[in-house]
Design a protein around this ligand. Structure first.
Ligand SMILES: [Zn+2]
Length: 444
């Protein structure tokens, strides 16, 4: 089963996307409207810079590449909630392309990120007629389109929750409950893809997808054929139903929006600074360098700077050296280094010397400790020699620890506890852990 999502999130701007009408606080229907967001003849849109910035921030956060220039398109739209009968959206130049979002360690590829305007709202009333409210018409939306990388309805819900948390964190989006997200859910159990349009909230996305999964599976089992179509979701009954046969891109009749022109966004995008979240960084490092998820989390939770240093070493001297040195002595001495106001620059050179075979394992360990803590090399050598002797002595007396360690790494705690007690604060616990694991491993 393959699931892909098209996710719409309203961007928190004060005014609408192409006019100065406010986006919040309307007490009555059709009060926050003007000729532009009503699409009256002769009105001319102008782009809200803040909406563009927020969209670019999200695109960068999702690791998308950003084009130098972008423009908008008109998409044919035959519903009364946008009375100009087209929607201003982006077609051939989305503001972001080819990103990725990590759900745990699983990469979900992002096809594109683009901006568009929200339509108004229609409400059916008893006698079969409808009321339309244009207060929402023209509020900026960002649309995030994924590749069909999601493999179950529950995973879709998890993904939406994680993605929204990330977006809220990135652009200070107010948490107005799960209804703030709307998505089109694409699901194929067999060959043909069915789209469930306009589902509100993550819970409903999971419900709609689950219903579709069961419906399509039943049809296929009975030897039937799945129609390529667009369906709608009935929240009350929890079912999907045929809305219309699937349109193809050509049916939308995209044309370039002539009133807005071309935007050179390269420079603006380069000024948008994004900080990667710790969870994403850990998942990305595990995936990108092929290291254990736990080890990646350990690096990031010790310090984001330590994790970046791991990446520097891996890029320069290979993952094996990064795991050996950054995962070992550099982690052990990181706290002491930052407390003394030092930087890891010299350590990179020392690892380089080791990688080129200019110094030995032991020499590199001593130089690293010395460079990070300021202890002179002779004293560092002496100290690390003392520590190694103490641990080796204890292991000689208790060879069972090595056997137990094979089954469970926690067995190292016995020697670590002993050494910490014996030395009373002379070594940091990270240093002792590092040395104990290293020396036990040598005996495996
Ligand atoms: Zn307006």
């Amino acid at each position: 089963m393959k699931i892909g999502l098209e996710i719409h999130v309203q961007l928190p701007t004060k005014s609408k996307m192409f006019c100065s009408c406010p986006t919040t606080g309307a007490e009555r229907a059709n009060t926050h409207v003007c000729p532009v967001c009503l699409g009256l003849p002769g009105s001319k849109p102008s782009l809200n810079r803040k909406a563009l910035e927020l969209g670019l921030t999200i695109a960068k956060k999702l690791g998308c590449s950003i084009p130098e220039t972008t423009w908008f398109s008109r998409k044919t739209y035959f519903y009364p909630d946008l009375c100009k009968h087209f929607q201003i959206t982006q077609y051939d130049t989305p503001i972001g392309l080819a990103g990725v979002f990590y759900l745990g360690k699983k990469p979900i590829r992002i096809t594109r990120v683009h901006l568009e305007e929200d339509p108004g709202k229609t409400k059916r009333i008893g006698d079969g007629s409808s009321l339309v409210d244009y207060n929402r018409s023209g509020i900026p939306l960002v649309e995030i389109v994924t590749e069909p990388d999601i493999s179950s309805p529950s995973e879709a819900r998890e993904f939406l929750a994680a993605l929204l948390t990330e977006i809220r964190h990135t652009i200070d989006l107010h948490d107005d409950g799960e209804r703030s997200v709307r998505c089109d859910c694409n699901i194929s159990v067999g060959k043909e893809r069915v789209e469930v349009k306009n589902v509100t909230g993550m819970k409903n996305a999971e419900r709609a997808l689950t219903y579709e999964m069961i419906r399509q599976t039943k049809i296929l089992k009975a030897g039937g054929k799945i129609e390529r179509e667009t369906r709608a979701f009935d929240e009350t009954r929890g079912i999907t139903y045929t809305a219309r046969k699937k349109e193809f891109e050509a049916d939308y009749g995209y044309i370039d929006e002539p009133d807005l022109g071309i935007f050179h966004i390269g420079e603006l995008a380069s000024t948008v600074r994004i900080k990667e979240s710790p969870a994403n960084m850990a998942a990305r490092i595990a995936d990108q360098y092929g290291i254990d998820q736990k080890a990646a989390k350990q690096l990031v939770s010790t310090s984001v700077d330590l994790a970046s240093f791991f990446e520097d070493v891996a890029k320069e001297y290979g993952t094996e050296n990064a795991v050996k040195w950054v995962g070992g002595p550099v982690t052990a001495n990181w706290k002491a280094m930052t407390e003394s106001g030092r930087s890891p620059g010299p350590v990179l050179d020392i690892i380089g010397k080791f990688a080129k075979g200019e110094i030995t394992d032991t020499e590199a360990g001593i130089e690293i400790k010395s460079a990070m803590t300021g202890v002179d090399a002779a004293a560092a050598a002496q100290e690390s020699g003392d520590l190694d002797n103490l641990i080796n002595g204890f292991l000689d007396e208790n060879p069972g620890i090595v056997d137990d360690y094979r089954k469970n790494e926690k067995a190292a705690n016995r020697v670590i506890g002993f050494v910490l007690k014996q030395t009373g604060g002379k070594y940091t616990s990270a240093e002792v852990v590092d040395a104990a694991k290293r020396l036990i491993s040598e005996r495996l």
